[in-house]
Design a binder for this molecule. Structure first.
Ligand SMILES: [Mn+2]
Length: 409
């Protein structure tokens, strides 16, 4: 049985006001071809289908056209969950109708956890190494308030612990409800400790809730298909693959520095599973150009910028009027579209380099203290309050670094 895992499509996303619908259209065309080519039985989409809770008609149209093609042109079934960017109710509104097309959509958990457990049968059991059914816990994004009842006397630390504990219980409950003798897959749209953010995720759990750890997921599971972090990555420590597929499009210029992927899982008999990654083509290149004025202009005039989006990080000795337009025009002459010109004065650049050096020599508590003093300097620092805060901060970092029942590497 062949499973394809993807997440964080963010259809409708705009990059500096540029519409990316063509990139999404090309991705979904590629995805459909990939599903056919690899004879995929089940497509998993682990949240953030759309970029906003109220997607445009253009974005909605693209999504439903894809679902129709998936139904019409392939034998694949699909399981789609809501992420923090989606409206759970809106995404799940056509669920009964989509079910007729082998597409299962889970928005929220208001109908109970058992409604999130989906058992799928394969069309061609014999061709699929004898694996004829799988069970999937399709858990959508759950906010802290959804999963924790409000108890006002709890400290923040207790609350954070309870979130982690609640998520752990939730997955254990699901696995306990699943048929014993079929492969088990878990879905989730959350942060698992050890995962690397890339800055575009809008992670709101962190800071409040303690992240779930690899070791919190139940045993006797074949694969965990995660969404939320946009960088494709594996989380170690469970004895089976826990993967973030990552987003198919780079959401920022920084994210364009690594490959975008979908995950292919082939379930075999007696846990003989095979896992591979498929690299998604780049539909529109995102390029970063750094340097002083001369370097950037030479780069603009000598490069091939046709169809590319460009971020320029320009270092100037002194402020200079109209420099942004000059740079935009230079790239435009060679087919490039400059989305942003970030100007930094050489003096600031040197200061930034210095403080970056500084930071690596300091302890987290020292950095926290500095941050606090800078942020609240105008109000005058309450030293005893600051001392208490530093103690709490140290305690928290201590908890984070000593609880190693998972493998944080
Ligand atoms: Mn996302």
């Amino acid at each position: 049985m062949r499973i394809l895992h993807t997440a964080d499509w963010h259809i409708g996303h705009r990059l500096y006001e540029r519409n990316r619908i063509d990139e999404h259209r090309q991705f979904l065309e590629w995805l459909l071809e990939t599903i056919k080519e690899h004879a995929i039985d089940v497509l998993l989409v682990s949240g953030d289908v759309f970029d906003t809770a109220l997607p445009s008609s253009e974005a909605t149209d693209l999504y439903y056209r894809f679902l129709f093609q998936l139904y019409h042109e392939t034998n694949a079934q699909a399981v789609i969950t809501a992420g923090n960017h989606d409206s759970p109710r809106r995404l799940a509104a056509p669920r009964e109708f989509l079910k007729m097309g082998r597409i299962h959509v889970i928005g929220g958990i208001e109908s109970g956890l058992d409604a999130c457990i989906i058992t799928l049968n394969s069309h061609e059991a014999n061709e699929n190494n004898g694996v004829s059914a799988i069970s999937i816990a399709a858990i959508p994004y759950l906010s802290e308030s959804e999963i924790l009842s409000h108890v006002s006397f709890e400290t923040e630390i207790e609350k954070a612990r309870r979130y982690r504990e609640a998520m752990k219980q939730l997955y254990h409950h699901c696995v306990a409800q699943m048929p014993a003798d079929v492969p088990k897959l878990l879905m989730g749209h959350l942060v698992v400790q050890g995962g690397e953010e890339s800055g575009s995720e809008r992670v709101i759990q962190i800071g409040g809730a303690l992240p779930v750890r690899a070791g919190d997921f139940p045993k006797d599971v074949n694969y965990v298909a995660l969404g939320h972090l946009h960088r494709s990555q594996a989380i170690k420590g469970a004895g089976y693959p826990i993967r973030y597929s990552g987003s198919p499009l780079p959401m920022t210029f920084k994210e364009a520095e690594y490959d975008k992927k979908v995950c292919l899982l082939e379930l075999g008999q007696s846990n003989d599973d095979r896992f591979t990654e498929l690299t998604i083509p780049v539909f529109r290149a995102l390029c970063r150009v750094r340097g002083n004025y001369d370097q950037v202009m030479v780069g603009a005039m000598s490069g091939d910028w046709e169809g590319k989006y460009i971020e320029v990080q320009l270092t100037l000795e002194a402020p200079r009027l109209g420099v942004g337009d000059e740079i935009r025009d230079a790239f435009k002459d060679r087919g490039g579209d400059v989305l942003i010109v970030e100007v930094q004065l050489a003096e600031q650049q040197r200061e930034a380099d210095l403080s970056a050096e500084d930071i690596s020599a300091k302890s987290p508590a020292e950095i926290f203290e500095e941050f606090y003093r800078t942020k609240y300097s105008a109000e005058g620092t309450d030293e005893s309050q600051l001392a208490t805060l530093i103690d709490t901060f140290t305690e928290l970092t201590h908890i984070a670094s000593t609880q190693t029942d998972g493998d944080p590497s």
